[in-house]
Write a protein that binds this ligand. Structure first.
Ligand code: PMP
Length: 430
């Protein structure tokens, strides 16, 4: 309480997590954190989806210590550890892309990667319009926020990057709102196609389409596969770059290294960040087809693009993911969540339970009005916290309670967490 009060006095009012999760964290190990009072929690927020191998994975800690005594900051010079990181990252791409893709290091955060991707698309195409989707989240810097399809973070800022056009995002979760899957697909994809093909339709040919394949902050909303594939065909035909924002879905979160593999598409640009280092060190990058490498020297730079600690742990994290078959664990544990949370579907206030791999959301809505049950979501989060489980909220009105467990979480810990989750929903509804 003392640290929270001191924080309120001295830090920005924009802080978010401790408002709903009023704890001060002392240490983390694997799937657990301990607060300064000694209480232990299962951490299914994992640094906003960053800690793919949990807190302080011992092998990664060792790598940090070793690398810290060798080299910490390397600007964009080549270094052996960066070279190993690039090898590891390219090796995780599908075989058809491994030799086709180049990497650009963008700065420490996901938003830096999004900025670079948008700029690259403008440089390559010589165009400036961008298509994005309702409900998407891409970051808090100016352009990344401008392509974010959630109004509340943008509204207070006034003018944003011009030339961004939002289209409806097609997902099974949205089809439930009175549309059939077929009509939803033809509505969403058809509307986009007609708008892009109409030479006088008000939208000049864009440089890029940017999207998440599973909207994370938007409430764990997976895009319909057919929709994504139609977007891919259309963008390819019209010479528009398809940027896939895998900042949250990437590095194994959905059960494949990148979610685009499950959608069976090859994007032109992939943005990755959060879990790249495996242990929470800041790093972001974009992968893009080498034909797109049309930057002029100095066209997109930044001081913090050479975090040698993140390169070292990132390469080691890939080795661990392979050695321990972490992606199989993501898929198995994902099925476990699906089974354990299935009974929630019988609750009148639960509108949907959905997820992919280890990215899960329970959407709560008032059965009488259909409106997002924001207060109920907060109550579930608060009760779960009291009982030792840290959960995240999301969705347009925070009506979705989210779980982002470490990708190497054990079946036992996941079971305990599901018990706490189910009990929290029950208790909140009483
Ligand atoms: N894109 C997506 C899909 C994200 O989920 C996030 C962060 N939640 C970002 C971009 C922005 O990343 P950062 O906060 O590191 O700038």
């Amino acid at each position: 309480a003392e640290l929270l009060a001191r924080q309120e006095q001295r830090e920005s009012n924009a802080r978010t997590y401790p408002r709903n999760l009023p704890i001060a964290i002392a240490e983390g190990t694997g799937s657990f954190v301990r607060d300064v009072d000694g209480n232990v929690f299962i951490d299914f927020l994992t640094g906003a989806g960053v800690l793919s191998l949990g807190h302080n994975h011992p092998e990664l800690v060792e790598v940090v210590a070793r690398q810290a005594s060798v080299l910490v900051h390397g600007l964009d010079f080549p270094t052996p550890v960066k070279d190993a990181f690039i090898d590891a990252q390219l090796s995780m791409l599908p075989p058809t892309l491994r030799d086709e893709m180049k990497i650009h290091f963008c700065g420490p955060t996901g938003a830096n990667g999004v900025e670079a991707a948008l700029k690259l698309a403008k440089v390559v195409t010589g165009r400036s319009e961008v298509i994005s989707f309702q409900g998407g989240f891409h970051g808090s810097t100016h352009a990344a926020m401008s392509v974010t399809g959630l109004v509340s973070p943008k509204a207070p800022v006034g003018n944003r990057m011009p030339g961004v056009h939002f289209f409806p995002y097609c997902s099974a979760a949205h089809c439930a709102e009175g549309l059939t899957p077929d009509s939803c697909l033809s509505d969403c994809a058809g509307f986009l196609e007609r708008s892009l093909r109409d030479p006088n339709g008000g939208i000049p040919l864009p440089a890029a389409v940017i999207l998440e394949l599973v909207q994370g902050e938007g409430g764990v909303v997976p895009a319909r596969k057919e929709f994504v594939q139609r977007v891919r065909e259309l963008t390819r035909e019209l010479g528009i770059l398809m940027i896939v924002d895998e900042v949250q879905t990437g590095c194994g979160r959905t059960g494949t290294w990148f979610a685009f593999e499950q959608y069976e598409i090859e994007p032109d640009v992939v943005v990755a960040s959060k879990a790249l280092s495996g242990i929470g060190l800041p790093i972001s990058l974009i992968f893009y087809n080498r034909a797109l490498d049309q930057w002029k020297p100095g066209a997109h730079i930044g001081t913090f693009r050479g975090n040698q600690l993140a390169f070292a742990t990132g390469a080691e994290a890939v080795r661990i993911v392979r050695r321990d078959d972490v992606l199989a664990n993501v898929r198995d544990r994902g099925e476990q969540v699906a089974e354990r949370l299935a009974p929630l579907k019988n609750q009148a206030w639960v509108r949907d339970v959905r997820g992919l791999g280890l990215m899960w959301g329970v959407e709560l809505a008032d059965p009488a009005t259909g409106k997002p049950a924001t207060a109920l979501g907060k109550a579930v989060q608060r009760i779960a916290l009291r009982n030792g489980l840290i959960l995240e909220l999301g969705g347009r009105h925070d009506g979705v309670v989210r779980m982002l467990p470490p990708l190497n979480v054990t079946a036992e810990v996941l079971d305990t967490a599901c018990d706490i989750f189910l009990d929290a929903v029950d208790t909140a509804l009483k």
